[in-house]
Ligand binder design. Structure first.
Ligand code: CIR
Length: 258
């Protein structure tokens, strides 16, 4: 099934080595290696039948390569979020021009203060969106998102987070009713109607895989997850994201897919 035609990414900037990190995966990113990994990420995506808009690096925002967070793109509208991380909040202004290439002004919506929302907390499952209430996404942000989606005939439900940074750190939808779940999400009633593939704790990072037009991109180094995804019948591509992992970033964080 072809669902996505476009992808937006932003090149990592040199300042990424100072990006936000929980320290879960220790070490400072190696910038040159991060650039190579980004090249590989782009070439994997280009094999999935999408055109790719590559935005230039922006040294003012160390985490700006994680372009998934300042915007959410749906089948009917684009939503500029209001990132809850202070050092990332200005990224929302920098993504707008790219969004305008694809959406007219009246189909671009905004999450406004005191609401906060980051795209990593939003998981699209058809016309329903699960939203993590996290340290980055608050109740008012979710209320605004619910109102915006309702205008376009889409729905939204809140998932409280206890442990992980973003919702999609631990749960990702692969289409066809298949969902990768890990840790705190394994037993959540919200996801019981899906075919849940439980990811073992030691491969938790690989719960963040991305489905792009029937190919699933899996991070390098997680054999159990790779096999589980292949057993579901998907074509797979493997990309090393080790430098982004040091900043709690994964495959989904590095692009907007629509
Ligand atoms: C941050 O803490 O904001 C970045 N270092 C990582 C963002 C990861 N983005 C995502 O999960 N969507």
């Amino acid at each position: 099934m072809k669902k996505f035609n476009h992808v937006i990414v932003r090149r990592p900037c040199r300042a990424m080595v100072e990006g936000i990190t929980s320290g879960l995966y220790p070490g400072k990113p190696d910038y040159e290696r991060a650039l190579e990994e980004h090249d590989d990420y782009i070439s994997a995506l280009s094999r999935c039948g999408v055109d790719i808009t590559i935005l230039p690096k922006d040294e003012r925002y160390p985490d700006s390569c994680f372009v998934e967070d300042p915007a959410l793109i749906t089948r009917a509208c684009a939503i500029i979020t209001n990132p809850g991380a202070e050092s990332r909040n200005g990224e929302k202004y920098e993504i707008i021009d790219a969004i305008r290439q694809f959406f007219p002004e009246d189909k671009i919506e905004y999450i406004k203060a005191p609401g906060t929302l980051e795209g990593g907390d939003v998981m699209m499952c058809g016309d329903h969106f699960f939203v993590g209430r996290s340290a980055r996404t608050n109740e008012e942000g979710i209320r605004q998102l619910t109102e915006i989606l309702a205008k376009y005939g889409m729905t939204c439900s809140e998932v409280p987070l206890e442990e992980v940074l973003h919702l999609k750190t631990g749960v990702n939808y692969l289409e066809d009713n298949n969902m990768l779940v890990c840790g705190e999400f394994v037993d959540k009633p919200d996801f019981q109607s899906y075919n849940r593939v439980v990811i073992p704790e030691e491969e938790a990072y690989a719960a963040n895989c991305i489905w792009v037009n029937d190919t699933v991109i899996v991070p390098e180094g997680y054999p159990t997850v790779l096999k589980a995804v292949q057993d579901l019948g998907y074509k797979t591509l493997v990309v090393d994201t080790s430098e982004y992992r040091k900043l709690d970033g994964g495959l989904s964080c590095l692009s907007l897919r629509f």
